[in-house]
Design a protein around this ligand. Sequence first.
Ligand code: ADP
Length: 167
Amino acid sequence: MSKKIAIFPGSFDPLTNGHVDILTRASRLFDEILVAVATNTSKQSLFTGDERVALAEAALKGMPKVRVVRHTGGLTVDMAKEVGAAALIRGVRNVKDFEYEESIAMMNRTQYPELESILIFSAPEYRFLSSSLIKEVATFEGDVSALLPPAVNTAVIAKLAEKNNKK
Ligand code: ADP
């Protein structure tokens, strides 16, 4: 049987325990999961694309089925086709995520109907967790260490200190 590959695209600015939880659970369903780190996002990012890839790699190195790659920058469906992915994974925390993800999934379906969108519900303890909230709290020196992989937590603290020194 051919290898079941899934793609998990996102900004991962930075990767949080919410993302790790989705990947842990997706690992039970797929043979390989590609974390596709997008760089051409409209969001203002804290970390560069290279930094986000390196951080995700450091945090996920214990997960044998997970591989971190750069998003090609084109359509995710085209990237999925290129890498032979059968599924596109996204995490859903709440109704707002659901509505957004539903429209993306429907649009992706018009482009590449063979690619199945798999929405995984967030674990209850991570429903409130987002990379943007992490950045907001960390900016004011809040402790977010319980919500991030250790390597990411260290990098967030260092990055914000570096930014503050430049001011
Ligand atoms: P994007 O900019 O594409 O939303 P993110 O890095 O914010 O990229 O999120 C990537 C994916 O991970 C999205 O599907 C998002 O809904 C999901 N996600 C983010 N945080 C969590 C969380 N705490 N629990 C579950 N899924 C999450």
